[in-house]
Write a protein that binds this ligand. Structure first.
Ligand code: PEP
Ligand code: MN
Length: 346
């Protein structure tokens, strides 16, 4: 829908926008109001270049799109019936719990094996473990290729799928070669379109699931869904959207908690929402409240940092990892709430 700055366009202005839309295979239909005339674009109005050309005209205020730019991720797309399964859980039916260490410590692999066993015992369906880490400070531990073997050994010992973040194509190919079934795109890379494209292509023929974090500086919700559209457009629709808090932080929290965007996402896209309360609030004592709020808002899953001995962990674990006991309690409450929400609570 084209909204001019003036109440009515002059005939030569109508002719100019008609020429533009016709070159993209569309037509113009004026909608004459009492005080203002607006112009509907008849045809596929999603072409970004056509919209930019019209919005570049100095007598046009803006073009409002009616059709979604997310052909594949849109709630009305054919993919809406696509079901994603992780660790025996079908997203949308049962609550998915991913839990584990922020960062695998290659010098202490037993911590990871013990954490993996403990989060399984607490009720998790999949295990997270950071192999390569996006650290703000270049002098802190950046991860280690050795941790990939530790991650896969954790998967073998527990029989659960594992999730690790990849930050570039080299890590992507190492992770896929090792058989990592779930790849995480972190908050710093959620707008890295070459990485999103590479992931979509690399996992096109596989069942690999992609946990796409919400970028820490992302704006409108459509920006988040468009990032997922990249992965789907290049070949893989197994995408979980993961709100994890945005910057600037809410005073006292690590980020600005954003679990409340879940219902808004669900109005626009079919993709399951798996909230990460750990990075959102950044402190172990706040994680359970945020996780339960996320489930109340409609989350299909949670991704939680946990460690058998948080104080001995590395990366984020000393400040935000839950102990296995706290995690077990959270999982029990979250599943009860999820059942209540779905009306299946007995
Ligand atoms: C993480 O999962 O440990 C992490 C670094 O996440 P984010 O990209 O959300 O900061
Ligand atoms: Mn972390």
């Amino acid at each position: 829908m084209i909204l001019p700055k003036v109440s009515r366009l002059a005939p030569e202005q109508v002719a100019e926008i008609t020429r533009i839309v016709e070159s993209f295979g569309c037509k113009i239909q004026p909608i004459i109001g009492a005080v203002r005339t607006i112009y509907a674009i008849v045809g596929d109005e999603r072409d970004e270049l056509m919209i930019n050309r019209i919005e570049g005209l100095d007598y046009i205020d803006r073009v409002d799109r009616i059709q979604s730019p997310h052909k594949l991720m849109d709630k009305r797309s054919d993919l809406a019936s696509h079901r994603i399964k992780v660790g025996g859980v079908t997203l949308g039916e049962e609550l998915l719990i991913i839990a584990g260490q922020c960062t695998i410590d290659p010098k202490n692999p037993n911590f990871f094996y013990e954490t993996a066993a403990a989060v399984k015992e607490a009720g998790a369906n999949a295990i997270r473990g950071g192999v390569w880490k996006p650290r703000t400070n270049p002098y802190t531990f950046q991860g280690d290729n050795k941790s990939l073997d530790i991650l896969m050994e954790g998967a073998r010992r527990t029989g659960l799928p594992v999730d690790a973040e990849v930050m570039d194509e080299q890590q992507l190919h190492l992770a896929l070669a090792a058989g990592v079934p779930m790849l995480q795109v972190g908050a710093r890379n959620a707008l890295n379109y070459s990485l999103l494209r590479a992931i979509g292509k690399a996992v096109a023929e596989r069942d690999t699931v992609v946990l796409l974090k919400r970028g820490m500086h992302m704006g409108p919700i459509s920006e988040f869904i468009s990032a997922a559209e990249y992965i789907a457009a290049f070949g893989n629709p197994n995408i979980l959207l993961c709100p994890r808090g945005t910057a600037p932080a809410l005073d006292g929290y690590r980020n600005h908690p954003d679990e409340s965007i879940t219902p808004l996402l669900k109005e626009k896209t079919w993709a399951p929402v798996v909230v990460d309360p750990s990075h959102s609030v950044g402190k172990a004592s706040y994680v359970t409240g945020c996780a339960l709020a996320a489930v109340a808002y409609g989350a299909d899953g949670l991704c939680i940092e946990a460690h058998v001995q948080p104080s001995a962990g590395i990366g984020d674990d000393p400040k935000q990892a839950l102990t296995p006991d706290a995690l077990a309690k959270l999982i029990k409450q979250a599943r009860q709430l999820h059942a209540m929400r779905r009306g299946t609570h007995s």
